[in-house]
Design a protein around this ligand. Structure first.
Ligand SMILES: *Cc1c(COP(=O)(O)O)cnc(C)c1O
Length: 484
């Protein structure tokens, strides 16, 4: 049963019609997402049990496929776009971003080489320069010099590329792979350890440096560890500093890290995946402090800049070591533009060869909001977090568990871990909000991350009410543990 026109493809005219219905579906989802239980309540296997046992042999009508999405999948979705989503980190999408993604899918280009779509490469280089300007990054990260930016799928890929570039720079100078030593703090994201593993380092080639009372890397301890390793014949080659740790949004002292690394010629990568977008506001630009001495840095517009996953901006001060690490030129990719040296081939800046046209959605977002619009919403999120901090501090049942410099608020119940766990369980089971947790100084802590696109003050107020009611249940329960 072929489709109209003879084959099986969707004609442009049918795409026009069905595309309008799909956009309507997403628009309605945006309108209704607030009403859904934020954390999916399904059991393992529930969703799969609803799917046809065998793949369809006969073509199906698009109306039927689209109509199945809600009943089949929606209660198996954890609603990251809900204004009541406060877990992990914001993954805040937006209309312009989703539409940019649609156009990117429609164009379907592979941007592996400049020649395979010059616009894909040049727009990317340009919006990364725009981002550098908006965030006030040091000049060295602009494409106009030896450095420049690239979009990676994730901050995990960014730290891997930084590590590979650092390794190339160190081994080119004659250092043996087995002598390399990397450093990051105990609070760094797990992607640093993963990158070290992927790069073939032994686990003991990554030192986890201790932190201070605010969970920020202790730069003096870093300096001592590097000096000790150097005396023992090891080669400190990389330090990953975090500006906005995943657990508590701690801010590592980048300038001091740079100073410690300088004596050893170690590469400094600054991971600002979560908090970096705050730099678009002059009053939060301190998140870029010390970057003028860093070799690379990254931030995720797919976390806190209204750009749907995936979009990590990764900048290097000098692209040469990155290209040394990742450039392999097989005959089938040789072309005049690449050989002229006048163009960027982003395949050499990342692990895969193929790459999506991700710059398009970022370009849409930056133009739709403008710097003014982005600053407005980022400020709003920080202001809401500060208001919440005030409520927490005024309530003896709760303790602020870490400084809250931006949009993440870490709290625990005064009565101890069992009580804090009960708060988490009650809130998440209610379906009315979703929180995640961490451990700081061995104590259980609730993380409240404010930054979903649709989150307003009323949602934060409702969350506070929910926490407050849950705390009453805990206080009334005889099993509450003594203060500690
Ligand atoms: C979220 C996060 C990451 C990992 O981000 P992906 O883009 O999902 O790989 C790494 N580092 C920090 C500080 C983060 O907040």
């Amino acid at each position: 049963m072929a489709r109209p026109g003879g084959g099986y493809h969707m004609t442009p005219d049918e795409f026009r019609r069905q595309g309008a219905a799909a956009v309507e579906w997403v628009a309605r989802y945006m309108e209704e997402v607030e009403r859904y239980p934020v954390l999916s309540q399904v059991a393992p296997g529930d969703i799969r049990a609803r799917l046809a046992a065998h793949p369809p042999e006969r073509p199906e009508a698009f109306e039927d496929i689209l109509a199945d999405v809600g009943p089949t999948l929606l209660d198996g979705i954890t609603h990251w776009q809900s204004p009541n989503f406060f877990a992990y980190f914001p993954a805040n999408a937006s209309g312009p971003s989703v539409l940019g993604e649609l156009l990117s899918a429609g164009l379907g280009v592979q941007g592996m080489l400049w020649a395979t779509s010059p616009a894909c490469t040049e727009l990317e280089t340009h919006v990364l320069d725009w981002m550098a300007e908006l965030c006030g990054l040091p000049e060295r990260f602009r494409s106009t010099g030896p450095g420049g930016g690239v979009i990676q799928d994730s901050a995990s890929s960014a730290v891997l590329c930084a590590l590979l570039a650092a390794r190339a720079r160190a081994t080119e100078g004659g250092t043996r792979l087995e002598d390399l030593q990397a450093y990051t703090s105990t609070q760094a994201h797990s992607s640093v350890a993963k990158a070290a593993r992927i790069a073939g380092l032994r686990d003991d080639q990554l030192t986890l440096v201790g932190v201070d009372g605010d969970y920020a890397l202790d730069a003096e301890a870093l300096g001592r560890a590097m000096a000790g390793d150097a005396r023992a014949g090891r080669a400190p080659f990389l330090v990953v500093a975090t500006v906005g740790t995943t657990s508590s949004m701690a801010i590592d002292p980048v300038a001091a890290v740079v100073a410690a690394a300088a004596g050893h010629g170690a590469w400094v990568h600054v991971d600002a995946a979560m908090s970096g977008p705050a730099a678009i506001c002059p009053e939060f630009r301190w998140v870029t402090d010390g970057l003028e001495g860093a070799d690379s840095c990254c931030t995720n517009p797919h976390k806190w800049l209204f750009t749907n996953f995936d979009c990590d901006c990764f900048w290097v001060a000098d692209r040469a070591p990155l290209l040394d690490a990742l450039s392999i030129l097989p005959e089938f990719l040789r072309n005049a533009a690449s050989e002229s040296g006048a163009v960027i081939d982003y395949r050499d800046w990342q692990v895969p060869l193929g790459r999506r046209f991700r710059a398009l959605k970022l370009w849409f977002v930056l133009r739709w909001y403008g710097g003014e619009g982005l600053r407005h919403h980022v400020r709003e999120h920080v202001a809401l977090a500060r208001e919440l901090v005030g409520w927490v501090q005024a309530d003896p049942r709760f303790v602020l568990a870490a400084p809250a410099p931006l949009n993440l608020v870490c709290i625990r119940h005064t009565a101890g871990d069992e009580a804090t766990q009960s708060l988490l369980d009650q809130v998440n089971a209610s379906g009315r909000a979703y929180l995640s947790h961490t451990r700081l100084d061995e104590r259980l802590v609730l993380r409240i991350s404010i930054g979903a696109t649709a989150t307003e003050r009323r949602h934060v107020l409702a969350l506070w009410q929910l926490l407050s009611d849950a705390a009453d249940v805990v206080s009334a329960s005889p099993s509450a543990t003594p203060p500690g």
